[in-house]
Design a protein around this ligand. Structure first.
Ligand code: UDX
Length: 457
């Protein structure tokens, strides 16, 4: 990958002048930053944000999120900029950034509101700023995940405020946190929603490198493109909920869910990915998007029972982890020391949004247990939600003298824990493995007590 990035940078200087576009990305969250940095391999990109503190950090070379390869990519781009022409720039002057661009990419947050709908207030503000600063034809791309029909609403918003010509494009992202740079550089497909041939041609220029690499490039209308994004996330979430429910069934039937998932995955119609049982899906997308899709469908009086069932199964799965802790501790958690390993919603990210660690730790505190937590990267973010639990500097410190070890995130580091050592440093060797990381056979040989998610071997 490192070689590829360097290679791309070298290529950049030869081919840049042929098709470099001026692209402004509005919003420097993980989608905006990754998109901006990756597009800067081919184009002149401005990443802007109303948060000037974040921009200051970026200008000092500090990436405010933990995302593998992103720091390296931005540093390389910036070092090269100093020598040659600029390809990535960070600023909080949003108005100026809009005026300078041919293409605008809106990648701001769309969190869930109290009614379960996507809150579009930040997006609306971004579009109002765009409308106020349109100074010539531009292609305006919605990268944020938005309810079906939002493109049309935003188009009307601009038309009501500006007479300048523009085209609106939906271009959903399919980036997984923790592997977002790789997902951007090697996508399974690129989806474009627009009713304008002119805008389609500009999008072909934006993604020229990928088109030349024969990445499937799907051009459709705006609402279909918006629907594709929700369909993908809801389907992936339903795959996870399916295997999670099946894991609970395997538990009671004494079957092995890992073998079930492996055999299922070999069926080409099913595929092996997203069949890993765990503590329920979390993160910034699946919980929010399944909820928003369900609410949106209800608004159209269209019931999506599969989506509802996916959400229900996920809520049940999060509680299942707590039930397993309760079971292993014989319903007596008062004053017990519980070591929680893993706080981020999945490995390779410091993101704790909708992490199952939040539900689990809330439950443990309610039951008056003492929580000792450790995560390789996410402790600073978690501390903002739970300032009063004990944070440890290593997994070893967390499990020392603990009555129970609860593994919530399958970080690489935890795979290497020498299980034999646990018997010598824990008070009681009770283990709840919510990611099926460890072999139950090995754990039984060591004489420890284990609860996991339907893994038998
Ligand atoms: C997801 C989508 O994958 C991505 O395409 C979209 O654009 C954004 O949302 P992300 O939330 O970063 O990406 O992570 P992902 O790897 O999809 O995992 C989401 C959650 O599902 C995590 O909590 C993860 O632990 C869980 N998961 C995933 C499982 O429990 N089992 C699996 O087999 C896969």
């Amino acid at each position: 990958m490192k070689k590829l990035i360097v290679c791309c940078l070298v290529q950049l200087f030869f081919i840049n002048s042929l098709f470099a576009l001026k692209i402004t990305v509005i919003g420097t969250g993980y989608v905006g930053l990754v998109t901006g940095a990756c597009l800067a391999l081919d184009h002149d990109v401005i990443c802007c944000d109303i948060d000037c503190k974040k921009i200051d950090l970026l200008n000092k070379g500090i990436i405010p999120i933990y995302e593998p390869q992103l720091q390296e990519l931005v540093t390389k781009l910036c070092t090269s900029c100093r020598k040659k022409t600029g390809s990535i720039k960070f600023t909080c002057d949003v108005a100026q950034s809009i005026q300078e661009a041919d293409v605008l990419m809106v990648a701001v947050g769309t969190p869930t509101d109290d009614a379960g709908r996507a809150d579009l207030s930040i997006l609306r503000k971004a579009f109002e700023t765009i409308a106020a600063n349109l100074n010539g034809y531009k292609v305006i791309i919605i990268k944020s995940t938005v309810p079906i029909g939002t493109g049309d609403t935003m188009q009307k918003l601009i038309k009501a405020k500006s007479l300048v010509d523009f085209d609106l494009v939906s271009n959903p992202e399919f980036l997984r946190e923790g592997s977002a740079v790789n997902d951007f550089l090697y996508p399974d497909r690129i989806v474009i929603g627009t009713s304008s041939k002119k805008a389609e041609n500009v999008m072909r220029e934006v993604y020229n490198t990928w088109i030349e690499e024969h990445v499937p490039f799907i051009v459709t209308d705006v609402v279909t493109s918006e629907s594709i994004k929700y369909a993908c996330n809801a389907f992936l979430a339903s795959k996870i909920s399916f295997i999670n429910e099946f894991a609970l069934l395997c538990d009671v039937c004494d079957a092995d869910v890992n073998t079930v998932a492996y055999a299922m995955g070999l069926d080409k119609r099913i595929g092996p990915l997203f069949l890993k049982p765990g503590p329920g899906y979390g993160g910034s997308c699946f919980p929010k998007d399944t909820q928003a899709l369900k609410t949106l469908a209800q608004d159209y009086a269209c019931e999506l029972r599969m989506v509802q069932a996916t959400i229900d199964a996920n809520n049940k799965q999060r509680k299942a982890v707590c039930h397993k802790i309760e079971k292993i501790m014989h319903r007596d958690l008062t004053g017990k020391t519980i070591a929680v390993l893993g706080l981020s919603f999945k490995p390779e990210t410091d993101d704790v949004r909708y992490s199952c660690a939040i539900d689990t730790i809330e439950y443990l505190l309610e039951k008056k247990a003492l929580v000792k937590a450790y995560d390789p990267i996410a402790m600073d973010n978690f501390q903002k939600i739970f300032p009063n639990i004990t944070y440890c500097q290593s997994w070893m410190e967390a499990v020392s003298d603990a009555d129970c070890l609860v593994l919530l995130t399958d970080w690489e580091e935890f795979k290497k824990i020498p299980l034999r050592m646990l018997g010598t440093i824990m008070k009681q060797t009770c283990i709840v493995d919510a990611r099926n990381l460890w072999s139950p056979v090995k754990i039984a040989e060591l004489g420890y007590t284990l609860e996991n998610m339907g893994r038998k071997y």
